[in-house]
Design a protein around this ligand. Structure first.
Ligand code: 5CA
Length: 449
């Protein structure tokens, strides 16, 4: 993409309304624009990141055996009357009437609708286990939407729903999602620690929140430091096999949010020098809630004896529009964002230092083609302006690598490559520049881990 043809209205000033760094940077880097309280437009740069996050989630969900579909944002109230949640959900739910005065709502979550899809289509235990997921906008009329898309009213969520014959089988489904989550966050450059959690309006008796440690997080958390170094299940993990050992690795050591903390247990189980008392961002939550929805809604299957039994269910959420700021909270400096390659809107900023210089322009044009042919995602700053502004933009929007092309370097047949994260600068010959980048960028995509 040529920056001269792109839409990247970066801000020089720091917007006053933004209280935390990720919100400030998302506004300054032209990723977002607020349209109303808790409602945001995703501008092109932000949308590219959101799509990368979505891709990783889809790959890991699919790998774990979940099947993608798409349900509507609007739902009939009658479904929610069946589960009893229409009244229970309260003011967070946006209630709407259509022209026939039928009660509708903008979905805050989809347990009811997926249960209705299930009950109309699945009749036998032989069709289980089943896990269906979608990635769809949700609306929750939060009392205090804040921190940009960290806590917004409309937000994009991945929600998966598992169906099993027995509790024992349902726990296996829970484990599959648990392992997929560890891999998903890791691929985005995050360490998300699973912590015992309350179940709130979703219900059930088994739940973990996945928490990224960050000072600006909304949850107080308590955990064992050693958890941060636990191994991530590998790409070829067998989702049909026994996953308990992975789950055990991540759940044996103490970790709980402030809602669930048992101080005596925390202090007796975790040696003092390993106790983390910190804040964190909840980037996902998984629930097992048995027959809470299947029973009132009549989602049953025939078991091996021909007996109709309600299925055991779980649900598994990831907040995509929250993950993007969470990644920024975990990875930025005074100059701007530092994207991990795997979610970067572009992998490389190609910077022509001297606009108007014919040799610089033609070399950059040539490199741009070569880089694109090599499959590197390039944002080519070909604008007719000084180098200072180009550097500032590249640092602000946080592309992992910069390739800087100027007359001085070209005299020696060289370009400069800067690593945004480490600040390290290397002069590389024109001939080797593309390979130099490929060697670094390809493993950092984390597609094969
Ligand atoms: N039905 C279940 C799981 S599918 C569910 O709704 N779970 S949840 O309430 O925990 O939401 C799942 C994830 O969505 C949360 O972990 C969080 O990352 C994200 N999320 C929830 N509320 C918001 C919000 N107001 N703004 C941004 N993200 C949110």
């Amino acid at each position: 993409m040529r920056l001269s043809k792109y839409f990247l209205p970066v801000l020089k000033e720091t917007p006053k309304e933004a209280e935390i760094v990720s919100h400030r940077l998302m506004l300054r880097a032209a990723m977002l624009k607020q349209e109303a309280s808790g409602l945001y437009a995703w501008l092109p740069l932000g949308y590219r990141v959101l799509r990368k996050v979505q891709n990783i989630i889809e790959q890991e969900q699919d790998r774990a055996g979940a099947i993608e579909l798409l349900m509507p944002t609007l739902q009939p109230a009658d479904l929610w009357r069946e589960s009893g949640r229409y009244d229970a959900y309260g003011k967070e739910m946006l209630r709407i009437q259509d022209r026939h005065e039928r009660d509708m709502l903008y979905g805050p979550t989809n347990e009811e609708m997926i249960t209705s899809i299930f009950r109309s289509n699945v009749k036998s235990y032989k069709d289980l286990p089943l896990n269906l997921y979608h990635i769809q906008w949700k609306f929750r009329d939060e009392i205090r939407p804040r921190f940009g898309t960290m806590r917004s009213r409309e937000f994009l969520m991945k929600d998966a729903y598992s169906f099993d014959l027995t509790k024992e089988e349902a726990v296996k489904s829970y484990h599959r999602m648990f392992v997929a989550y560890l891999r998903t966050y890791y691929r985005m450059g995050l360490t998300a620690v699973p912590m015992q959690a309350e179940t709130g309006p979703i219900g059930g008796d088994l739940s973990h929140e996945f928490i990224v440690l960050a000072d600006t997080g909304e949850s107080g958390v308590f955990c064992d430091k050693a958890l941060l170094d636990q191994p991530i299940p590998p790409k070829d993990v067998d989702f049909d096999g026994d996953l308990t050992s992975y789950v055990r690795d991540w759940t044996t050591m103490y970790a709980a949010t402030e809602d669930m903390i048992d101080m005596d247990k925390f202090q007796s189980e975790v040696p003092e020098d390993r106790r983390i008392e910190a804040r964190g961002i909840e980037v996902g939550q998984v629930f097992y809630f048995g027959t809470k929805y299947s029973e009132p809604m009549g989602a049953t299957v025939a078991d091996a004896n021909g007996q109709e039994v309600p299925v055991h269910m779980g649900s598994y959420g990831i907040g995509l529009t929250r993950l993007v700021p969470a990644i920024i909270e975990a990875s930025h400096d005074d100059d701007g964002i530092i994207w991990p390659v795997s979610v970067a809107p572009f992998e490389l900023a190609l910077i022509n230092l001297k606009a108007g210089d014919e040799e610089c322009a033609s070399t950059c044009d040539g490199l741009y083609k070569q880089l694109e042919n090599a499959g590197i995602e390039v944002l080519y700053d070909d604008r007719d302006m000084g180098a200072g502004g180009k550097f500032a933009t590249a640092d602000l929007i946080g592309l992992p690598y910069q390739m800087i092309v100027g007359p001085r370097g070209l005299k020696n047949n060289e370009v400069e490559i800067k690593n945004r994260k480490t600040g390290e600068r290397t002069n590389v010959s024109l001939e080797q520049a593309v390979d130099f980048l490929l060697e670094r960028i390809v493993p950092e995509r984390r597609q094969d881990v």
